[in-house]
Write a protein of this length. Structure first.
Length: 146
């Protein structure tokens, strides 16, 4: 399968449904949700601890470089306050999670996603060159070609 030209619009509600249907249980995030804005992609949820569920929010800036989808960690908040001291812990958790995913790796606070490799790992023989990603209020637009 080869994508010659693609412009895909993903509504926030579609992304949240995909998240609900496909987020692996071992990530232990409760009430996960995504909000898409001009500033980036907000991913929020609650992380259960022994005593209490800790609410968190992360903001990711999306870009494309050399055909890869890049998600750069722009901000993190824990229990509603900026949490730069948790940044390293969060990145360690992300590193562990992405190390299990084909076509995905973390480098310098940026998640690099090779969509072709990720698709092939799921038995989808996809060929494409990612060109652009854009986020605005409630919508993520992905463009690809060959």
């Amino acid at each position: 399968m080869e994508i010659q030209s693609l412009r895909m619009l993903l509504a926030e509600q579609d992304v949240n449904q995909l998240l609900k249907d496909h987020l692996p249980k071992e990530y232990a995030v409760e009430n996960p949700r995504v909000r898409i804005s001009e500033k980036g992609i907000l991913f929020a949820g609650e992380y259960p601890t022994v005593f209490v569920k800790v609410p968190f929010e992360t903001v990711w800036e999306m870009a494309v470089a050399d055909g890869l989808l890049l998600a750069k960690l722009a901000a993190i908040r824990v229990s509603g306050v900026p949490a730069s001291m948790f940044r390293g812990v969060l990145l360690d958790v992300i590193q562990e999670a992405v190390s299990r995913e084909a076509g995905v790796h973390l480098e310098d606070e940026v998640i690099h996603i090779n969509l072709e490799q990720a698709a092939r790992a799921r038995k989808v023989p996809l060929r494409m060159k990612l060109k652009r990603v854009q986020h605005s209020d409630g919508v993520l637009v992905i463009e690809a070609g060959h």
